[in-house]
Design a protein around this ligand. Structure first.
Ligand SMILES: C[S@@+](CC[C@H](N)C(=O)[O-])C[C@H]1O[C@@H](n2cnc3c(N)ncnc32)[C@H](O)[C@@H]1O
Length: 228
């Protein structure tokens, strides 16, 4: 259900499904915004902040609550997801909305910070992930920071099956009535990578090494800084 391009029928339930699937999702946007708000550039008043792959607006709502002074730009190629976000944020401050991919944005070194939550995982590692990360790096001012959260490729250990079983139990305890997502199976439409590959990609894109700040199962969060 955690799709990069959810069908209209799924969009109404996206926010519920994602909470049933990802332990800690409810506080993930809060933590991501708090982290960016403490960065050298985006801590300044009226900083320009990009929300890349804003989906139904979780990070935008949190950004608006914590930093109503931020000048927000929201971008997503899904018209349906954007429509939900716009509806949820209609009474909030001005937001610059873009129905496009980050790669199409063409914003050169304009943003003080950026958030990308659960987006990279859906892009194939055939140059597409690098193009996405490079576009994000280009969009940031030097030393601007990116908060990146994604599903990573699982590290296998002798206890992996127990962790997988616990994820199924978590989903059922959270109210999933159909079949739980099996983390040992390839999740359709997802292209998770390991930390070594992510480090190589972000380096090639123009970022510093990723600093981890969040992990729930294989969902991991990293803080990156555009090199000067
Ligand atoms: C799983 S949703 C995550 C939405 C939101 N960030 C959240 O955490 O709930 C992924 C979103 O990324 C968007 N997306 C996919 N490729 C993108 C790209 N190249 N640039 C910007 N957004 C993209 C999808 O349309 C979708 O709305």
């Amino acid at each position: 259900m955690l799709s990069s391009d959810p069908s209209p029928a799924r969009q109404g339930t996206y926010d519920l499904v994602v909470q049933q699937l990802i332990p800690g999702y409810a506080s993930l946007a809060r933590l991501s915004v708090a982290l960016l708000a403490s960065s050298p550039l985006a801590s300044q008043p009226e900083s320009a902040v990009l929300v890349a792959g804003c989906g139904t607006g979780a990070e935008l709502l949190e950004a608006d609550a914590q930093r109503p002074d931020w000048q927000l730009t929201a971008i997503d190629p899904s018209a349906e997801m954007l429509a939900v976000a716009r509806q949820r944020l209609q009474n909030r401050g001005r937001i610059d909305w873009h129905h496009a991919t980050v790669e199409e944005l063409g914003a050169e070194s304009r943003f003080d910070g950026a958030l990308s939550v659960l987006v990279l995982q859906s892009l194939p590692d055939d140059g597409t992930k690098l193009a996405f990360l490079s576009a994000l790096a280009r969009s940031l001012r030097p030393q601007g920071q990116l908060v990146l959260v994604d599903l990573m490729r699982p590290e296998r250990s002798p206890l992996s099956s127990q962790v997988a079983e616990a994820w199924g139990c978590f989903q059922r305890a959270s109210g999933v009535d159909g079949e739980a997502v099996d983390p040992t199976a390839q999740i359709q439409g997802f292209h998770p990578i390991g930390i070594a590959r992510l480090t190589a990609l972000v380096e090639a894109a123009g970022f510093s090494d990723p600093a981890p700040f969040f992990q729930a199962l294989d969902f991991q969060g990293f803080l990156l800084q555009r090199r000067a």
